[in-house]
Design a protein around this ligand. Structure first.
Ligand SMILES: [Zn+2]
Length: 341
């Protein structure tokens, strides 16, 4: 009997007519969002000391007609403010009265880190290594579990927004598990920049979400602690592209081709005993050939100059910004298009 009921539910979902008739309010965490409505609220109403870590802002827009739920997360690393602004703009421009489906945005998943300009949680844990989380662990595990169970499991697709980490910048890129066909399609339809193939680290939101059957991509562009207009603009366009791809809004967009998928990459590093001040002469997105000069490292005590050259042909997908560097530090990340692992 139970399986017959489940089958009936499945058949009802697969019929557009039935779905339209059944479309109604969305229950999300403790809030109800009516069709055509847009709301902002706090993840928990608990104002205790511990509960404050889950005082994450939640933005939800419920379309007037049936459709998928697209989720957007940002600020899992609290210092990646370009992603937070991308999420804010994407939600601001969403119009639930002309939209199908639902848009759910968590703009600062690591809300305490965001307020302090800190990548990590107050206990110095990286939230993006604790998904899908558990309720009996550290604050990171509890936040991860609550977000995963109450929001992420309700998403039909997920876009997680990031920038490069400390003292690095990234060319706009989509990170996606290209072995998962639905995730790869989502990545291609986000558009812009390049796709970096791979499953992502254990405990990352995107890996846990893909494991739970939810197509998930990361959009990652620019540096932390900066608002970078080009990175933000391209991110917002990518979210609009995905909404078109999912049939939530009208319009067409270009897809990224296979040639923009990078499955292999390599770092050019500071050679042994050649540390000092790094001054790059290339920029993210530049094409380079083996032997091309990427920049120089100057020893501040001896004035000795070390030329840094590319070790392979490819495109610059990420790099260090000017700074003090030591032997072995990754300077320039070069992606090799079109090649399998
Ligand atoms: Zn990040």
């Amino acid at each position: 009997m139970k399986s017959a009921v489940a089958l009936y539910a499945l058949l009802a979902l697969s019929s557009p007519l039935a779905a339209a008739e059944e479309w109604g309010p969305m229950e999300l965490i403790w809030q109800t969002i009516q069709p055509g409505e847009k709301l902002k609220f706090s993840f928990v109403r608990d104002r205790s000391f511990e509960g404050s870590y889950l005082g994450i802002p939640v933005f939800a827009a419920r379309g007037k007609t049936a459709g998928p739920t697209l989720c957007v997360t940002a600020g899992i690393h609290g210092d990646e403010i370009s992603g937070v602004e991308t999420a804010r703009r994407a939600f601001f421009q969403a119009d639930p009265t002309s939209m199908a489906g639902s848009l759910v945005v968590l703009p600062t998943v690591n809300a305490s880190g965001f307020r302090n300009g800190d990548r990590y949680l107050p206990d110095r844990r990286d939230l993006n290594r604790y998904f899908p989380g558990n309720m009996t662990g550290s604050v990171a595990s509890v936040i991860a579990k609550a977000v995963f169970e109450q929001v992420i499991r309700k998403c039909d697709a997920l876009v997680d927004l990031h920038t490069a980490s400390f003292h690095r910048t990234n060319y706009p890129q989509i990170r996606a598990d290209d072995s998962d066909p639905k995730t790869l399609e989502l990545a291609k339809n986000f558009g812009g920049g390049v796709i970096i193939g791979g499953a992502g680290p254990t405990g990352s939101l995107r890996r846990a979400a893909v494991d739970a059957g939810i197509p998930t991509i990361i959009y990652e562009a620019g540096e932390p602690m900066k608002f970078q207009e080009d990175a933000i603009d391209q991110g917002v366009r990518g979210i609009v592209n995905v909404m078109q791809y999912l049939g939530m809004i009208a319009g067409t967009h270009e897809q990224l081709s296979e040639s923009r998928i990078f499955r292999k990459s390599s770092w050019v590093r500071v050679p042994p005993k050649q540390g000092g001040f790094f001054f790059p002469s290339v920029a993210p997105g530049d094409s380079v050939r083996k032997g091309d000069v990427l920049g120089e490292v100057i020893d501040p005590f001896t004035d000795e100059r070390y030329v840094i050259s590319s070790t392979l042909d490819g495109e610059i997908i990420g790099m260090a910004v000017p700074q003090v560097v030591l032997s072995g530090y990754g300077l320039v990340h070069i992606g090799i298009p079109g090649k399998a692992k």
